[in-house]
Design a protein around this ligand. Structure first.
Ligand SMILES: CC(C)(COP(=O)(O)OP(=O)(O)OC[C@H]1O[C@@H](n2cnc3c(N)ncnc32)[C@H](O)[C@@H]1OP(=O)(O)O)[C@@H](O)C(=O)NCCC(=O)NCCS
Length: 177
């Protein structure tokens, strides 16, 4: 693939890379002093949106957040670091990967606590979909994520079609009772 610099409207993965660090405060935690899952999803959404903004340079909305495993608990006082980048751009949508680590501020131990894939759609002020620039993967890891993003998009589309069929079948069954 030729370099992004020589092709207009083509962006590199590096140009989308984003990072956010938060200290976990009492308001972020449950009764055991662990970070709330919903709060973590909020941080993931925000960090993912940063990468999508950098790629599209327009407004974006979250269309989907894939399955997330909360691998390890995050404790009150930990430093949470989230890193994101665009994996692949399609027409108006972009798949973004977000990876999250927690750092124990006393021991310095850093552990991977969660990862997620999100899809953002670029829109203008009127809410109309906008075409996004092409993404050029460069490193072996970027190419692996780029190829994986197409497989995950096909999987999402198949799942959406399956849910639609199940809804129609359920409505038909209710109507015939
Ligand atoms: C996301 C949204 C803009 C899609 O609009 P739509 O009219 O359904 O759009 P389309 O079906 O024509 O799809 C547009 C793009 O979104 C993608 N998309 C739509 N729904 C999706 C979903 N559930 N998961 C992944 N991608 C999705 C499509 O693949 C398509 O991508 P492409 O242009 O790159 O090929 C619309 O559903 C929406 O506004 N949802 C609410 C978003 C929101 O409020 N988010 C939370 C706050 S930011």
């Amino acid at each position: 693939m030729s370099s992004a610099a020589s092709r207009p409207n083509v962006r590199t993965v590096a140009s989308t890379q984003s990072e956010m660090t938060e200290i976990i405060l009492p308001n972020d935690t449950n009764t055991l002093g662990n970070l709330l899952g919903g709060r973590l999803m909020h941080f993931i959404d925000i960090t993912g949106a940063m990468a999508a903004y950098r790629h599209s340079r327009t407004h974006v909305v979250t269309a989907a957040m894939d399955h997330i495993d909360f691998i390890r608990p995050v404790h009150l006082g930990d430093l949470l670091t989230l890193k994101s980048s665009v994996n692949r751009a399609f027409s108006s949508s972009m798949e973004v990967g977000v990876k999250v680590w927690a750092e124990n501020t006393r021991t310095g131990e850093i552990v991977h606590v969660a990862s997620a894939y999100l899809v953002f759609v670029a829109i203008n002020q009127q809410g109309e979909r906008q075409r996004v620039p092409e993404l050029l993967p460069e490193s072996a890891d970027e190419i692996r994520r780029y190829e994986g993003a197409l497989r995950r998009r096909e999987h999402r589309e198949a799942e959406a079609a399956r849910r639609k069929q199940a809804k129609i079948a359920s409505a038909d069954a209710t109507a015939s009772v």
